[in-house]
Every structure is written in structure tokens, then in C-alpha cells.
Design a protein around this ligand. Structure first.
Ligand code: ADP
Ligand code: ZN
Length: 219
């Protein structure tokens, strides 16, 4: 089963993907995480990506497409995968179709997460991560047990460099301009599952992941 997670920043793509990974036994591939890891390790790819990621801009397609192609060729993807943060524009979506066609496979499901705009900003501003184990916390939704300290590593949590209001606005603008057409691209193929995630309706990533796993298992 090949799944794509779609949705604006802070909707909970990573959370839902992590739970689907556990429930379905598929690898969770986050392009944002791969870039951040390379930036931290100062690899050639990281040095290149940093200039874009720091500004909240997309890394050029040639680089991103090639990186995803290589990742999908790894052995753990033979039974499927959960893509999170890719594709982000129609060029990437078409490239992905070609990569998969070469493997005689295709995207089966696109989960489209929606969250009200003002809630998005609140959620992203409350996001923290452990610099050591990379676990993601949220000071509103998923607080650590004590203060702003990782439950496991006991080190102070940090904010992502691009989680400022200004950079978030750039990322949201890019999302609405470039990524929204990708949802329509998949909608035309009839494989989009729309999901609302919002405190106002008391529906969270955990609820969405549970429902998706149930519907896949009951098929
Ligand atoms: P966001 O919260 O903005 O969705 P991500 O963690 O998904 O952030 O990605 C962080 C950064 O990594 C992006 O701002 C961008 O620079 C880069 N990136 C991630 N995925 C892609 C992609 N599919 N295409 C181009 N750049 C990407
Ligand atoms: Zn930690």
C-alpha cells in the first residue's frame, strides 16, 4: 500500500504518518526530516538544502525528486510506504508517478488533512522538538511530562529554525499556491480521503489514524 500524507503545516501529517507506520508496518518517509538530518550532518545535500529550508522555501525539484527516488528504491519500501511532505508541486507529483510506474506500482491513497488557519498558526508556534532523539512535542497538544524537556533524553526542547511566524507564512503561501493543485491532481484520480483535524471538533491525529487503519483492515 502506497500512501501520501497531504495537508498544510501543523495539521499533523507527521503524527498521523507515525501512527500509520506503527499500525500498517510501512516506512514513514518525511522529506523535511531527511533534509533536516542532512543539514545537521552537514552533508553536500544538507549544505545545498539549508539555503532553501532556512528561508521556508522549497528545495529545487531535481534535488528532491532524485532524493525520493533513491529512498523509494530501498528495500523497506517493497511492500509500500507513507510519504510525508512529498510531492509538494505538480512536477513532483508527475515525477513520482513515473518513478512508481517503473516499479509497476502506483499511489493507492492520499490522506488530505485540513485544519482551520488560525489553529494552524497556534499549533506550529507551540511545536518543539528534542535536539537529540528528534521526537516532536507540542506545548498545546502533546506536552512533555516536565516543562520543555524531552521525556526520554531529559534535554531542553528546541524550536525548528523555520517555525517563526514570518517563515511559517512563507511556507503556508507556498503550500496554498503550489501544493493545493497536487491535491486536485489526485482528486481527479479518485484516491483522496479528506480528514478534518481540529481542537474545535475534538478530532486529533490519533482519531484519523485509527479510522484509516480500521478502514484498510476491513477492506
Ligand atoms: P513544513 O512544515 O514547511 O511542511 P517540512 O518539515 O515538510 O516543513 O520541510 C522542511 C523544509 O524542507 C521545507 O521548508 C523545504 O525547504 C524542504 N522540503 C521538504 N519537503 C520538500 C519537497 N517535497 N520539495 C521541496 N522542498 C522540500
Ligand atoms: Zn529526546
Amino acid at each position: 500500500m502506497n500512501i501520501i500524507m497531504m495537508g498544510a503545516q501543523g495539521t499533523g501529517k507527521g503524527t498521523v504518518a507515525g501512527l500509520l507506520k506503527q499500525g500498517l508496518g510501512l516506512p514513514h518517509i518525511s522529506t523535511g526530516e531527511i533534509f533536516r538530518k542532512n543539514i545537521q550532518e552537514n552533508t553536500e545535500l544538507g549544505k545545498m538544502a539549508k539555503q532553501y529550508a532556512d528561508e521556508g522555501k522549497l528545495v529545487p525539484d531535481e534535488v528532491t525528486n532524485e532524493m525520493v527516488k533513491q529512498r523509494l528504491n530501498e528495500e523497506d519500501c517493497v511492500n509500500g510506504f507513507i510519504l510525508d511532505g512529498y510531492p509538494r508541486n505538480t512536477n513532483q507529483a508527475e515525477t513520482l508517478d513515473n518513478i512508481l510506474a517503473e516499479k509497476n506500482t502506483q499511489i493507492d491513497l492520499v490522506v488530505n488533512l485540513n485544519t482551520p488557519q488560525d489553529e494552524i498558526i497556534e499549533r506550529v508556534m507551540a511545536r518543539r522538538e528534542c535536539p537529540k532523539c528528534k521526537r516532536v512535542y507540542n506545548m498545546i497538544l502533546k506536552k512533555p511530562k516536565e516543562g520543555e524537556i524531552c521525556d526520554d533524553c531529559k534535554v531542553a526542547l528546541t524550536k525548528r529554525a523555520d517555525d517563526t511566524e514570518e517563515k511559517l507564512q512563507t511556507r503556508l503561501d507556498t503550500f496554498f499556491k503550489e501544493t493545493t493543485p497536487v491535491i486536485e491532481y489526485y482528486r481527479n484520480k479518485g484516491i483522496v480521503r479528506d480528514e478534518e483535524i481540529s481542537i474545535s471538533i475534538n478530532r486529533f491525529g490519533e482519531d484519523v489514524a485509527r479510522d484509516i487503519i480500521n478502514s484498510i483492515e476491513n477492506k
